[in-house]
Design a binder for this molecule. Sequence first.
Ligand SMILES: Nc1ccn([C@@H]2O[C@H](COP(=O)(O)OP(=O)(O)O)[C@@H](O)[C@H]2O)c(=O)n1
Ligand SMILES: [Ca+2]
Length: 407
Amino acid sequence: MAEWPFLIAPLCGVWNESTSLNISNIFYGIMFDAGSTGTRIHIYTFMQKSSEPPHLDNEIFESVKPGLSAYVDQPEQGAETVRGLLDMAKQTIPSTHWSSTPVVLKATAGLRLLPEQKAQALLSEVQELFEESPFLVPDECVSIMNGTYEGILAWVTINFLTGQLYDQNQRTVGILDLGGASTQITFLPQAENKSDFISIFLFSRHSIVKLISETTCFSYLGFGLKAARLAILGALGGKADESRMYRSSCLPPSLKAEWKFGGINYKYGGMAEEVTGFQSCYAEVLKVIREKLDQPAEIRSRTFYAFSYYYDRAVDTGMIDGDQGGIILVKDFEMKANKVCEALTETNTGSPFLCMDLTYITALLKEGFGFYDHTELQLKKKVNNIETSWTLGAAFHLIQSLRTAPE
Ligand SMILES: Nc1ccn([C@@H]2O[C@H](COP(=O)(O)OP(=O)(O)O)[C@@H](O)[C@H]2O)c(=O)n1
Ligand SMILES: [Ca+2]
């Protein structure tokens, strides 16, 4: 198979009729993201003119909830949710291309937290489904991805989409991902010689391997937003007790409710009115964060892109526009947390966890990673109509490895 040295080409080309006359190849890649709160399919279309680098043309995205980990004791039903999305790929990709289109599923923190045998049962069901499908099934097509790798692939995606990987004058940006069950902070250490790095990335078939070795990622399992809720309530670690009432000063005092996560039903509620509010909530949250995370000094001088729950909670509270995203400061999260938590006794915010979530995000950024109050965060869900997800970095890696595999 021919070597393919220029995998990651800029997204700058405009596809028009004259360029389309020269298209020698259209190909596709299917990447599934089995996240802790949902399963998503990303279908990428690439176009390549004869002697030129491939060009990412578009992405088709669909998602289902809940995630595979919710089917911990019904692996066949879990695989059915993947089947529905795979059927969509059959409708989208021309049948002439099915056998050359690779399909891969990578699971993240939801499955990392399950007992190994249960996670394996879910993965085996999905693997069977892929093998029965008409698509190309590479080795290790269904797996649990390591958290560090997840952060680095997201870093590749964002730096590719924002143009930092092919413009010599740009600075790479750091990324912050806050999932349901794990969180990542990833950046390129300052010491790296940037121009060398970029040329290696663009012109060597070992590019992604090199990136993975030089980018720094800290990934924390159990520190995603939903896992953190359980930690704050004292319900994470040890055996879950479905009969116990878990309480927090971050919740409305009169609240009594139930919440299902990872297949377990938790009862939870608020505390007395006198102890409810931002200060006591912040103190509770600090207990689960303090001294648990790394605080790399160099993150303070970088631009950071933040997505997932950072984005969702900023949209929920009107800090940014749901379609456009926006730029906010770390202290904006604190101001919003303060406002929502202080109003807990008076208003129904819609989500009983909003005060806890915003307080956790504030504490994670400030006390966890050590960001300044005035650090700017770029909140983005899509760039050039492509999702800011680790899946694009994973698709690059997948296609590159297939194209450079020995015959
Ligand atoms: N393509 C995607 C996938 C997840 N997400 C967000 O990611 C968060 C959920 O994380 P997740 O289910 O992937 O959980 P982890 O397995 O990453 O911990 C939610 O805020 C989703 O809105 C997203 O914004 N875009
Ligand atoms: Ca995720």
